[in-house]
Design a protein around this ligand. Structure first.
Ligand code: ADP
Ligand code: MG
Length: 397
């Protein structure tokens, strides 16, 4: 689960991170009062969407010369004018895709006097089985470009879970970021507290881009992106309360209610499978035959008929889906349960696209019989290869 920048900053502020004062704004009427709470004279109006690259982003509804999704303002009046221009419009950034994201919340923050923009993130580094800091002096811009063009400018410091962030780790990070004096002192408190926030709250990613050194030599967290491990959310009611469902794919929200592993993708073949490995293999073979999957949907091992029906309905509700491939290897999951779930869903919502079903394993014969006797227009397949060929042929017409 992701949260907005202003929420991430509230989380970090509670741990003592150096963050400017700011106020979220949800409607133009609140803009003036919000700006007046801040000392001024410099303000920044920041679009709150679950995507980065906002500064360089463009609003669809505004002229191409209009300013982007992060704007400086030099007075309360300028703040209000920017809020009116930005709120409700669609911001397109490198990370949103061409459709963009509607800006429903803004964050007004005190402006900072920036000397240097640095990059800092904390992530779970699976290659070493540890939480690691990834830092670079080249902050503020697209870190993927830095990683591609000048990988030597990105430095990783993995943290031993037994000790947490040690003085030696702090020294490495300060050196990597070329921090000295007050900035290095700030680093020695900031790095451990960020690590503590990360582990306390079960984050999967914390990205501060940029972390800045100000003209007075102090550090400040200027931007913050935070993702949490969904499997740990049950023990963080405070974090769960920060969820903004308007930022998420409606189908993924419905799927999460049913505890389905569902990820919306860009292709046109809907897939219903059991097991993540089979899901990956199914997506691969669809691609091999020249089409693209519209989703990754794993109904798991112990699903009942209702859950299978819910999964099928989520897949058919996607307007991008031009064909569906049900690929089941029955183990704990029984093929007859899948067949009954699919039929229940089709009876309720109909079936407007071709459906190829491949059932193998526990109760496969019974499952096939249920489908054959249902009168549904289903193409049955013998194996994975056959199934993929048939569904790709069906959507290509
Ligand atoms: P994004 O990464 O989505 O573009 P950022 O929050 O990183 O958004 O802002 C983009 C740029 O805007 C920063 O790199 C920085 O140069 C500038 N900026 C952001 N917040 C402030 C602030 N409070 N004061 C001054 N400049 C800011
Ligand atoms: Mg940023």
């Amino acid at each position: 689960m992701n949260i907005h920048e202003y929420q991430a900053k509230q989380v970090l502020k509670a741990y003592g991170a150096p963050i400017a004062e700011g106020v979220p704004v949800f409607d133009a009427a609140g803009a003036e009062a919000a700006a007046k709470k801040l000392p001024g004279p410099l303000y920044v109006v920041k679009s709150q969407i679950h995507a980065g690259g906002r500064g360089k982003g463009k609003f669809k509804e505004l002229s191409p010369d209009a300013k982007g999704g992060v704007r400086l303002a030099k007075s309360v009046e300028e703040v209000v004018a920017n809020v009116k221009e930005m709120l409700g419009n669609t911001l397109v950034t490198k990370q949103t895709g061409p459709a963009g994201k509607q800006v429903n919340r803004l964050y007004i923050e005190g402006g900072a006097d920036i000397a240097r923009e640095l990059y800092l993130s904390i992530l779970v580094d699976r290659s070493v089985g540890r939480i690691a800091f990834v830092v670079s002096t080249e902050g503020g811009m697209d870190i993927e470009t830095v990683a591609h063009d000048t990988p030597e400018k990105i430095i990783t410091v993995a943290i031993d879970p037994e000790t947490g962030v040690t003085a030696a780790d702090v020294a490495k990070l300060n050196t990597a970021l070329k921090l000295d004096g007050d900035a290095a002192k700030d680093g020695s408190t900031l790095f451990p507290l960020l690590y503590k926030a990360f582990t306390d709250k079960d984050m999967s990613l914390l990205e501060v881009n940029p972390l800045i050194v100000m003209k007075d030599g102090r550090l400040r967290v200027l931007d913050a992106k935070m993702s949490f491990d969904g499997n740990a959310l049950f023990r963080h009611d405070d974090i769960k309360a920060l969820r903004d469902e308007t930022e998420e794919d409606a189908k993924e929200i419905e799927a999460s209610k049913w505890d389905l592993a569902y990820v919306a993708l860009d292709g046109n073949i809907g897939c219903m499978v059991n097991g993540a490995g089979l899901a990956m293999a199914t997506m691969d073979i669809i691609k091999l035959y020249g089409a693209e999957p519209a989703n990754f949907c794993d109904v798991g091992g112990g699903a009942g008929k209702e859950k299978v029906a819910a999964a099928f309905k989520i897949i058919t509700a996607d307007p991008k889906v031009e064909g569906i491939l049900v690929n089941i290897f029955g183990g704990i999951m029984k093929c007859d349960v899948i067949a009954e779930g699919v039929i229940a869903a089709v009876k309720e919502v109909g079936l407007k696209v071709p459906l190829v079903v491949r059932l193998e394993g526990t109760n496969a014969e019974l499952g096939k019989k249920i489908i054959n006797e249902s009168g549904l227009n289903v193409v049955s397949a013998d194996d994975l290869d056959d199934a993929a060929k048939k569904i790709v042929a069906a959507v290509k017409g």
